[in-house]
Design a protein around this ligand. Sequence first.
Ligand code: C5P
Length: 212
Amino acid sequence: MRIVVSAGPTREFVDPVRFLSNRSSGKMGYAVAQAAVEAGHETVLVSGPVSIPAPRGLAAFVPVVSARDMLAALRKAVKGADALVMAAAVADFRPARACRRKIHKGEMPGAIALKPNPDILAALSRGKGRRVFVGFAAETERAEAGAAAKLRRKKLDLIVANDVTRPGAGFEVDTNIATFVRPDGSTETLPLMSKAELARKIVAQVEALAGV
Ligand code: C5P
């Protein structure tokens, strides 16, 4: 299969030296890309800025910065692909205006006006066809409840939901505690495991959903 994986945060610039972003380390998405390579799939990794090395054996590595860059890169990457695993932590908002020069201390605005970024999964799922789409739902409470609504709205085949406030789950750590949420409403809660192990389970789900 040709599998596209997105990973990492996006950066949304306020001026050339400042940006809005989030805590994503890229570890979960990179683990999925690595598991896909190891399972013999042609794997494309589209990644926001992270400080970890890309897995070896990728068919392509596409670095991006902003959510809009990521949307453009993924539009191209999913064209010939069988599946998209969207593990990136896309910034939901960007500054309404990015200043072209550094804003000096004395002229700091009291507030930064924001506007919403495109929802990448929702945008891509319009032309989804028979491709398998997997999303993530990182919540700070009742992860499964939010995940079911997300799954319908973004027309996903599977959501990997996790409560990022639980010890051993979420950002920066090497382990995760996830629940698979499916379109029929069924859920499967997995125990604490390494992101590498969870990644292998996600790739196995993608294979099963694609009928491989
Ligand atoms: O709605 P929420 O951001 O919690 O959904 C998470 C899922 O949607 C993740 O798979 C994330 O990569 C994706 N997402 C997206 N575009 C956005 C925000 C999130 O594709 N602007």
